[in-house]
Design a protein around this ligand. Structure first.
Ligand code: ADP
Length: 342
């Protein structure tokens, strides 16, 4: 009869799909039984695709003579669904949590998250940035840490990357290459995010800035249930279509009792570098008017600026590497936010 210990040793060589970490280390193996010569292995996990891959890997490992069972994680039991007014605190190490979100994708939410986090660090605060945008996790690219892999410290916690004075962790690091699509069901994404809140070695933080996915969905709701969010920051562009989406995001935050730190209008205007003439490409004043309409603070405008895009896409945030005018836009947003919450 095969020894359970020998089976476990074999299992220690099996990696979780997409991670350089064994399923034993990750505590996914719930139990190991034997039925005669045949091991019965129960895995405790949520991800359907990963389970199928592991089932095949284990069949290969044991020459087909294995039974792989699955025990769904009791995720809901330790979550307090429906209590956003009195949420859990999965991040007790952070004094304040800032959730940056937007009505729709592509408005510059991640750029604002990055530069806001770096601006806060420049003021001397200890800052962590969690890239929770499961649909487009591009924070590591914007901060020049895209080549880093997940690493674990001696205390079994994930070591965050560090650059520009902030600690960084991204759901994008759980995929082997940056162009792997994250076809996660939202419940899987939610449990991955909760793991990042609990299992990353953030240290003590003055601010945990979270780059949320765009829109109003399960992930936003769960984050509001699992974290005492100090302030939501909403990013929009000034054109009416974007403002319709942002209204929904504002109403959702209000509904789920997340205090709103304010609205940032990105790509507000364009100053032609050759003539210095200002163009209001998407109209003007829409963000400020929306903030007034919903009675939330207006945190500032950031122009559409080719250099902002170039800095961001090459891993050097404009608030650190740009000129004084570019730095000023993001620092103003940070100051105005601090004025709301300190
Ligand atoms: P989101 O997180 O809302 O999807 P991103 O922050 O990823 O948006 O920005 C989308 C693209 O727009 C990126 O290429 C980024 O560099 C660019 N971008 C963001 N803000 C500006 C700006 N103010 N001026 C020029 N380009 C910008």
């Amino acid at each position: 009869m095969p020894e359970k210990k020998a089976i476990l040793e074999k299992l220690a060589s099996v990696q979780y799909p997409g991670l350089e970490r064994s399923i034993v280390d990750l505590k996914i193996v719930d139990s190991v039984e034997t039925e005669g010569e045949r091991p019965i292995i129960t895995l405790s996990m949520q991800n359907d695709e990963a389970f199928e891959i592991l089932r095949e890997r284990l069949a290969d490992l044991f020459g087909g003579n294995v039974e792989v069972r699955r025990k769904a994680m009791a995720k809901k039991r330790d979550m307090n669904y429906g209590h956003t007014a009195n949420p859990n605190n999965r991040a007790p190490y952070a004094k304040r949590v800032i959730a940056v979100t937007s009505g729709k994708g592509g408005v510059g939410k991640s750029t604002v998250s990055v530069n806001l986090a770096v601006a806060l660090a420049q003021k001397g605060f200890k800052v962590g940035l969690l890239d929770a945008d499961v649909y487009g996790p591009n924070i590591p690219r914007m901060l020049g840490t895209a080549d880093e892999k997940l690493r674990w410290g001696e205390n079994d916690k994930i070591i965050p990357s560090e650059n520009f004075g902030i600690r960084i962790m991204s759901v994008g690091l759980t995929t082997p290459t940056s162009d792997t699509p994250l076809v996660w069901r939202s419940s899987v994404a939610v449990s991955a995010l909760i793991q990042f809140l609990e299992d990353v070695d953030w240290g003590e933080l003055d601010f945990l800035v979270i780059d949320m996915p765009p829109g109003t969905g399960d992930i936003q709701l769960t984050m509001a249930q699992e974290l005492p969010i100090t302030a939501g920051v909403i990013v929009t562009t000034p054109q009416p279509v974007a403002l319709d989406d942002v209204s929904r995001a504002i109403m959702m935050f209000k509904d789920i009792h997340v205090p709103i730190g304010g609205l940032v209008e990105n790509m507000s205007f364009f100053v032609a570098p050759d003539t210095g003439k200002r163009y209001d490409i998407f109209g003007t004043g829409g963000g400020e008017a929306t903030a007034k309409r919903y009675d939330i603070p207006f945190l500032g405008q950031i122009p559409l600026d080719m250099q902002i895009r170039e800095f961001s896409d090459s891993g050097t945030p404009p608030v650190a590497m740009g000129d004084d005018v570019q730095k000023g836009y993001y620092r103003t947003v940070a100051e105005n936010l601090l004025a709301q919450i300190l």
